[in-house]
Design a protein around this ligand. Structure first.
Ligand code: UT7
Length: 369
């Protein structure tokens, strides 16, 4: 029997703090007029000290599970796509796994910069179709504000924080993720980087003094590459599913720059109402931009069961890709579950496990001695 991977739940989380273009005017030599006309961005959200990529990911994940009516104990796999993980390791996905109480789930992070959510969607749907898992949480979560050089006007005007999540579930009903493409070109690696803090350039006084822990970007080159690959991969993913552009109701592109989105729409000869954009309010939230835009499109009544939608993204690496989805909505369920209420139990479980590990260490340590 054929298996399909349906998107059955969605959720988003954004920090409350808003940073407007007028605020940025006071920080660097820029203007609201320049930012709006060159990027389409008016404001972005910035995480406060109590928030992080994991905390935003947890909030988005719980909302997505609630929409899908899936209990955390039924999640088999958690993939967090992020370029601003909690740590180099452990994976942010493991922190999410613990905090939502997804006891049975495997968890890992995926790094493909802003294309990460598409790559994660492809990996999740392939795992479901292969029969190895039934239920996957795919999350895009970022606090890029922590890696932005607030004195660099080329980058600080662009990025914002946030998270978005999808629940994918197996079903024999045709639909869900119909096709996907993932591409990369490492010869463009230096166009968008966060150079230090890894094994090549470990953190040192010199890397800090040289500003190598900040995002650096060749905006013009990334722009040129983006407009080319957004069109290319949209067409490729549609062709792969044996469909044509006329069969597609919506395109939900990575929200990096309104001019990139409009150029892609023009190249594809698509009217603006088919393209979802909310970049004005959130800026570029990297891996979170597609699920956040999807959540808002659903809230606005734009995406309905049966609609075909193309998600398309590009980013550092260089990476790019697209996924074509026949939208489904939650699967029919016998009883209601409450993932958010389960959180207190997840917290208790986590504390007990930590305590148990310490006790075990003491006991075992004594025996070994
Ligand atoms: O998720 C992927 C992440 N990256 C991207 O998507 C980035 C893609 N690239 C872009 O979005 C655009 O290239 C930018 C928004 C970054 C820049 O826009 P642009 O139209 O390509 O501007 P530019 O870099 O060609 O710069 C034009 C001028 C320059 O001045 P000069 O050399 O012509 O005198 C810049 O110094 O604008 C200047 N400029 C600014 N002026 C005011 C650059 N940034 C700013 C700024 N405010 N914030």
């Amino acid at each position: 029997m054929a298996r399909y991977a349906h998107i059955t739940g969605w959720g988003m989380a954004i920090p409350e703090r808003i940073l407007t273009n007028f605020d940025l005017e006071k920080m660097v030599e820029t203007s609201n007029e320049w930012i709006v006309s060159r990027t389409g961005i008016s404001e972005r959200r910035i995480a406060d000290d109590s928030e992080s990529s994991a905390s935003l990911a947890v909030q988005a994940a719980l909302k997505a599970l609630e929409v899908a009516n899936v209990h955390p104990l039924d999640v088999d796999l958690i993939i967090v796509a992020t370029s601003s993980p909690e740590h180099i390791f452990p994976a942010t996905a493991c922190i999410v796994q613990d905090q939502i109480g997804a006891k049975r789930a495997g968890a890992f992070d995926l790094l493909a910069a802003c294309s990460g959510f598409i790559f994660a969607l492809d990996q999740a749907s392939s795992a479901i179709r292969s029969g190895s898992v039934n239920t996957v949480l795919v999350i895009g979560a970022e606090t890029l504000s922590r890696f932005v050089d607030w004195a660099d006007r080329n980058t600080c005007i662009l990025f914002g924080d946030g998270a978005g999540a999808f629940v994918l579930q197996a079903s024999e009903e045709p639909g869900g993720v119909l096709s996907a493409v993932m591409r990369s070109d490492g010869s463009g690696a230096e166009l968008l980087t966060l150079a230090a803090g890894g094994s090549k350039l470990p953190a040192s006084l010199t890397t800090v003094q040289n500003g190598q822990h900040y995002i650096r970007m060749n905006g013009r080159e990334v722009f040129r590459f983006a407009t080319r690959v957004m069109t290319q991969s949209t067409l490729e993913v549609i062709q792969k599913a044996n469909l044509s552009l006329q069969d597609i109701q919506y395109i939900i592109p990575h929200q990096a720059n309104q001019r990139i989105i409009e150029t892609a729409a023009k190249n594809l000869n698509l009217p603006p109402e088919k393209i979802i954009s909310n970049i004005q309010r959130y800026g570029n939230t990297s891996t979170a931009s597609i699920p956040i835009a999807t959540c808002e499109a659903i809230q606005e009544g734009k995406l309905k069961a049966g609609d075909r939608v193309v998600f398309v993204a590009f980013g550092g690496g260089l990476t790019w890709g697209a996924a074509l989805v026949q939208w489904s909505g939650p699967l029919p369920a016998k009883k209601r579950v409450y993932p958010r209420r389960y959180r207190w139990f997840a917290r208790l479980r986590s504390r007990l496990l930590r305590l148990w590990r310490r006790l075990e260490g003491l006991l075992w340590g004594k025996q070994a001695g």
